[in-house]
Structures are given as structure tokens and as C-alpha cells.
Design a protein around this ligand. Structure first.
Ligand SMILES: [Zn+2]
Length: 416
């Protein structure tokens, strides 16, 4: 069994001693040439990088030779432990400063023959990817660790089922997160995303001062309930109470649950108080118009409102397959948007040009067709009344369910 006390002791001295340790190792090497210790030829970790956000974080460490490694999970607090052979950590400590999903990162020697990296997470995480790749120029190897958030239950399972003895088992990578419990294979899974939440209230109603986060949650619940009445459809909520979720967390939750669609619900405000009605947005690099561009800018601020640092996503590998997937997903998103607007025709008021597009971050899943639906505008007195009306909510949920069913039928007709 693993000796936890020793880990703690080893780590307290190991923190951020990377470079000093390396020099020490070198000194030992020079002083005891050919000594019989395990550190006579440690691996050299000569570079490190960390990128990502609070949903996904990537760590890359460059080694001079191929490192053998194993991965374990420890609870209270949630930690990922990466065990390595004796390693000299020669990169500047600031290159591996905690960020994204991790609030603390330590690394150093455990004993003469082994080293360890301990990643303390700010929430339950797992490594969706943990592998060693050769450098393009063949001079070294890089260890790539892709962490993503998971729920508490899944993390508890990871801790319980892992084996500390079996290296192959420990380094096994998977991003196959189980489907929600009630989901049967073949179910059409829909992520219903109530915009805003927690510290991010969203827009405020012009008349009754209703908060957008409440309007979206009430509607999301009604829509999910309505969708779940349809055989073969399983809708779930990205949030079911007043909690803050970052935009990338919303996207990841949809992907982890293998959603076939993501519908993000909003009811924003506009400066032009006379504008009213629904709008459907799909993603695009270039906004369709200024109104769409401004709205996407404001929506994308959500993370900053909550004090989250906005950081670049882990760099996507230039991949022609991913590109094709993205394009196909975009086509599906557009088709869903059109189906929604067909359902709304003569039933629900929409703004002029009701299908618009812009760079909404919540719509950026490469493989989940996604739309953002502005149910109406809290800046318009009439819309605000409607947004708070139970009868209207039921009618909207019915129309959206029809739209989803029609979209699904067209997929099946095309062999999807
Ligand atoms: Zn909004």
C-alpha cells in the first residue's frame, strides 16, 4: 500500500524546488560519478506549459527521454498524482504555476529512484488524456496531461476503483464518462442550458426587475420536463439551481453527457426598448450584424463577471477531421435553428431576421449542434410580462419540442 505520510513529507520539501533540485542532482552526479544510486541518470524535465480554464486544463512537460509514468487520484482535496522515475525538474517554476482546474502544483523527488507531480484540483477532475508523445524533431518526449472536470460521484469511483499496483491500469486514459443514469442507448440526449446563474444574474427586467438567470432556469425546467415526455428523448439541465457555471463548463457538461443537442436559453436586454420577440442564434466567426455581435460580446463576459480569468483554450491540434466535424456540426445547428423558427411561425413573435449568428462561446462545442435562444427581451415591457407567464412558457416548450422532434426526424431520414 501507499504511504501517504511519506508523500506529504516528500512534497513539502519538493515544492517548486525544481531548478535547485536539478542543480543538486548534478552536483551529486559530479561528486559521485557512477554512484550506485537511482539518480545517477535522472530524467531531465526541461520544459513545462499549462493552459486552459476551469473546465479543461492541459499540462505539457518536456523530457529528454521517454518517461514511464503512472497516474493516481486522491480525495480530500481532489488530487492527481503522477509518479515518475527519478527526474530533475529543470524548468522555471513559473512555467508550471497552478491555473485552470488546479489550485496547487508541486513536484520533486520522492526518493532516490522516483519523483512525483501532485496536481491539487479546485474541483473533481480526471485525466481524459495522459500520454507521452515524441517531439516533432525527435529530440525528446513530452508528457501530455489533459484534465477535465467531472462530477463528485465519478471522482469517487475513480479513487475507489484505481489500483496503486498496476501501472498500465493507472495510466489508462479515457474520456468515456458514463451517460446520465436514466439514459438508454439510442436515446436522443438534449442539454438544456439555463443561461447565467449564481453571481452572474444576467439581464434585469425593465419593469419587475426580474433577473434573467431566474427566467432562464424556470424555462429550462419547463422545457426539459416537456421534452422528457417524448419517447426516446432525454433532456437534462446543465444547472438545476442558482449556481454559476462558466461557459466552457456548460459546453463540457453537454459533451460529457453525449448530448446530441445543446439549447442555451436567454432573455437579455437591448438598448432599443421597443425591440421584442424571440431570436435564434448559431455560432459563427463573423457576426451576422451588430446586434448579434454586441450580444455575443456581452454573453461572453459572463466568466469575467464571476471573476474567472479568461484564458485561451488548450490549443486544438490542426486536424482536418476536427474541422470537418465542426462544419458538419454547424450545419446541424443551422438546421435546428430553422426548425425552431418554423415552429414559431405565426405562433410566437420574433424579431426581424430572427436567425442570426455570432461568436458565442457557449455554442463552441465542435461536436454538439448548439443554438442560443433569446426567448424575448427583458428590456421590453410586453416581453417581460410574457416571460413570466406560465401559459406562454408551456406553449413555447410545446413549440420547441415540436421543433426538436422535426429536427430529429430529418436526421433519421438522412440516416443520422
Ligand atoms: Zn443572457
Amino acid at each position: 500500500m501507499f504511504k501517504r505520510d511519506r508523500i506529504a513529507a516528500g512534497l513539502s520539501v519538493g515544492r517548486n524546488l525544481g531548478f535547485a533540485w536539478w542543480l543538486c542532482a548534478f552536483a551529486v552526479l559530479c561528486a559521485v560519478p557512477g554512484g550506485a544510486t537511482g539518480i545517477k541518470n535522472p530524467l531531465l524535465a526541461y520544459g513545462a506549459r499549462i493552459v486552459g480554464d476551469d473546465a479543461r486544463t492541459r499540462i505539457v512537460i518536456d523530457f529528454d527521454r521517454e518517461p514511464r509514468f503512472s497516474v493516481h487520484y486522491i480525495a480530500n482535496p481532489e488530487r492527481i498524482v503522477v509518479d515518475l522515475p527519478a527526474t530533475a525538474f529543470g524548468f522555471p517554476a513559473k512555467d508550471l504555476e497552478a491555473r485552470g482546474l488546479f489550485k496547487d502544483i508541486r513536484y520533486g523527488a520522492m526518493d532516490e529512484g522516483s519523483a512525483r507531480i501532485v496536481l491539487t484540483a479546485s474541483r473533481p477532475v480526471q485525466l481524459a488524456l495522459a500520454k507521452v508523445q515524441s517531439d516533432e524533431n525527435g529530440t525528446g518526449h513530452r508528457l501530455v496531461l489533459d484534465a477535465e472536470m467531472i462530477d463528485e460521484q465519478k471522482f469517487a469511483e475513480l479513487v475507489k476503483t484505481q489500483s496503486w499496483n498496476n501501472q498500465a491500469d493507472a495510466t489508462q486514459t479515457t474520456s468515456a464518462i458514463p451517460l446520465p443514469e436514466k439514459t438508454a442507448p439510442g436515446d436522443f440526449v438534449i442539454a438544456v442550458d439555463a443561461g447565467h446563474g449564481g453571481i452572474d444574474t444576467g439581464a434585469i427586467g425593465v419593469d419587475t426587475k426580474t433577473e434573467e438567470k431566474q427566467v432562464t432556469l424556470a424555462f429550462a425546467k419547463a422545457l426539459a420536463d416537456r421534452l422528457n415526455k417524448e419517447p426516446g428523448i432525454k433532456a437534462f439541465l446543465t444547472r438545476d439551481d442558482d449556481e454559476f457555471l462558466s461557459l466552457s463548463q456548460r459546453v463540457l457538461i453537454a459533451r460529457q453527457n453525449h448530448a446530441a443537442l445543446l439549447i442555451s436559453l436567454h432573455a437579455d436586454t437591448l438598448k432599443q426598448k421597443d425591440i421584442r420577440g424571440a431570436t435564434v442564434y448559431t455560432i459563427s466567426d463573423k457576426a451576422s450584424d451588430k446586434l448579434a455581435a454586441d450580444l455575443a460580446d456581452r454573453e461572453n463576459l459572463s466568466d469575467q463577471i464571476a471573476g474567472k480569468e479568461t484564458v485561451a483554450e488548450p490549443p486544438e491540434v490542426a486536424d482536418i477531421l476536427l474541422d470537418l466535424t465542426r462544419r458538419e456540426t454547424q450545419a446541424f445547428s443551422i438546421s435546428l435553428a430553422e426548425s425552431v423558427l418554423a415552429s414559431f411561425k405565426d405562433q410566437v413573435g420574433t424579431i426581424n431576421n430572427p436567425h442570426r449568428h455570432a461568436g458565442f462561446r457557449v455554442l463552441q462545442a465542435p461536436d454538439v449542434p448548439s443554438i442560443l435562444l433569446e426567448l424575448g427581451f427583458l428590456s421590453n415591457v410586453e416581453d417581460e410580462k410574457r416571460l413570466l407567464d406560465d401559459g406562454w412558457r408551456v406553449k413555447m416548450a410545446d413549440l420547441l419540442t415540436d421543433a426538436v422532434k422535426r429536427y430529429r426526424t430529418s436526421l433519421m431520414a438522412n440516416g443520422g
